[in-house]
Design a binder for this molecule. Sequence first.
Ligand code: PMP
Length: 424
Amino acid sequence: MKIERMAVEGMNGERKDIDRMNIERIRADFPILNLQVSGKPLVYLDNAASSQMPQPVIDRIVRYQSQEHANIHRAVHHLSELATKEFEAARIKVQHFLKAKESREIIFTRGTTEAINLVMHGYGRAFIGKGDEIILSALEHHSNIVPWQMLAQEKGAVLRVIPMNDAGELLIDEFEALFNSKTKFLALSHVSNALGTVNPVKEMIAYAHHHGVPVLIDGAQAAPHLSLDVRDLDCDFYAFSGHKLCGPTGIGVLYGKAQLLEKMQPYQGGGDMILSVTFERTTYNVIPYKFEAGTPPIMAAIALGAAIDYLNGIGLSKIEAYEKELLDYATERVSALAGVRIIGTARKKAAVLSFEIKGVHPHDVGTILNEDGIAIRTGHHCAQPVMQRFKVPATARASFAFYNTKEEIDKLVDGIRKVQRMFI
Ligand code: PMP
């Protein structure tokens, strides 16, 4: 990926050299960005739901399916050995992407949702009991609420919720006050999908560990935007999804510290997760295979590895800096519009701009924007407690990726003005 160097004017007027991404070249890698929708060039601002796939990842899928496919781990023939080698190479790419210590700490799942459910079953059911407390935050996605609620119901455990302020920032004093001798687990998102808030997870993890409490981080919205280091964060578990990271659907990752994964119960039983089976007794396989029952999504895992190569080719720190510029620009332009309220104004945010237009239902906003080829998401974003906190039924949400441009944000602003002209 070509990166060009440009001199730009800094915010405070001084000139400074920064590396800028060559956006036109990057966009040329994404065939779908050439589409016309409703006769207009597609403006894809729904990246928090799922991001688009660049040609090298598409090519990797075609190569795998046309030259490498076979089931893995189970045969000595050429194709099976090749597919196994590529699948395991993808695991190592994920390990390096997360800066995990060992590749056996990387478990392939169907996505973030399955990764969280795996921890709920494998860790929660074994180590959380009656009267124990699980801490969640007020800005979680349903995927990081419902599994813990199911566990609480089954075990007689209790959910405690970290509240947030009107900007969508968690209240850290109240977070600390929730800990007591019954606290057994903290499940927390790194970045909120509905508000964009980046939580101070490193500090929160350290505080939980001070109380001996393990922590799962839902990284679905962080992995595509921030440079990650699970050892620096010191989280016990970290989950993310491939399809939000320019990879395919059907693949996700659970990172877990080896010593915790070793202690956990398998999530599903079946082939590959065993060492030996008799009708009396089964001996489970070593990690990570103990948690990968059945034929895994081989192609999707290999494509996720290719997506990670692609993102590394640009550089996550450059992506983070460029997306911050986009979000700042969008925030400035949208907040200047009369009758539009931005929902989620945390000091630290990533890639998400949720808003409401006074007097217009968000679904109407999405429908009108679609007429101009602009794809945003409207609804509760699988975060109904967030909607309840902000007393709205739904929001309109524009979410950005490194292939978006300021011109696309200008089109969004023009679209919002058009909606206001039509409805108000
Ligand atoms: N957590 C967060 C914060 C999310 O944004 C999402 C996806 N919207 C998920 C979890 C669930 O991810 P998936 O549907 O890929 O399992």
